[in-house]
Design a protein around this ligand. Structure first.
Ligand code: NAD
Length: 277
């Protein structure tokens, strides 16, 4: 169902996963359970989403061997102090019912909070690997200057940077900076959180290739080499979103989708440099 991407720490990650942002806790066990039945083996959650325990229950109920699953969570914005990183990471493990996570990310850099000290947060997250409870450490919503700073001050390069990327906001500056450091890009909101699905250019390519708009958009990401985890609560859409490895978009179609870039206007989420919560 999916390809894998090699990370800079010697591990690998399924290129397609399942996102759980805004999946309500009371529905999460059933929805993630369905995603696992459909064949997803990579689940993206976060302390902030409030659904780690229910993701954990779906994983346990699936009976799948732990080694077949790739589980990611993220540090909540209130937990940047190093002691809080270690304490709340242990809580995430307990909620998920596992003794090791595959990937843990700093969710937002928060440069205007904690005296701008996301470097000690990064040191604490990366330090979890030595404890044996984490395989890969990464960041999310890090701009080029944030990456330069943590790498310059610690010498430790994140394995991934999870950033907003979709045809309306390709986020090329942060994406190129990540790739130049050997950091894999995870594209959050790959469908523009739904906004790109009704686009006319996408509709034209969908019509010509006989593929639904969601598959056209997700295939664009896959051919660019990014990691994606679209979210859907419907089994039919989960299945649709997983069938993206059996066709190719032509260079012309890729270029046409590249042309949908709306610049800064295309950003759907907050600006990481000013976001403070
Ligand atoms: P998305 O781009 O995956 O879009 C989800 C929306 O598209 C939903 O409304 C869904 O109903 C619809 N959709 C999905 N498949 C469809 C299909 N085949 N046909 C028609 N509509 C379809 O947006 P997202 O969920 O925000 O992003 C994906 C994941 O990225 C999240 O679930 C979360 O895991 C992660 N994320 C991370 C951050 C971060 O700050 N790190 C921020 C947002 C999201």
């Amino acid at each position: 169902m999916t390809a894998t991407i090699a990370l800079n720490d010697g591990t690998s990650i399924p290129q397609l996963g399942f996102g759980t942002y805004l999946v309500p806790p009371q529905d999460t066990q059933a929805i993630v359970g369905t995603a696992l039945e459909v064949g997803y083996r990579h689940i993206d959650t976060a302390q902030m989403y409030g659904n780690e325990a229910e993701v954990g229950r779906a994983v346990a109920e699936s009976g799948l061997p732990r080694g077949e699953l790739y589980l990611t969570s993220k540090l909540d914005n209130g937990n940047h102090r190093p002691d809080d990183v270690r304490r709340t990471f242990a809580e995430s493990l307990a909620r998920l019912g596992v003794d090791r996570l595959d990937l843990f990310l700093i969710h937002w850099p928060l440069p205007t909070l904690y005296d701008g000290d996301y470097v000690s947060t990064w040191q604490a997250v990366a330090g979890l690997i030595e404890e044996g409870t984490l395989r890969s450490a990464g960041v999310s919503n890090f701009e080029p200057e944030h990456l330069d700073r943590i790498i310059g001050e610690t010498g430790v390069v994140p394995a991934v940077n999870q950033i907003e990327v979709h045809p309306y906001f390709p986020n090329e500056r942060a994406r190129a900076a990540s790739l130049s450091h050997g950091i894999a890009v995870e594209a959050w909101g790959p469908l523009g959180q739904g906004a790109v699905l009704g686009d006319e250019v996408i509709a034209g390519i969908a019509e010509r290739t006989g593929r639904p708009p969601a598959q056209v958009i997700l295939r664009w990401h896959i051919q660019r080499g990014d990691i994606v985890f679209p979210k859907s609560s419907s089994r039919a859409r989960m299945e649709e979103n997983s069938r993206i490895f059996d066709f190719d978009l032509s260079p012309q179609d890729m270029a046409a989708i590249d042309g949908l870039d709306q610049g800064p206007q295309g950003r759907g989420g907050p600006d990481p440099n000013t976001f403070a919560y």
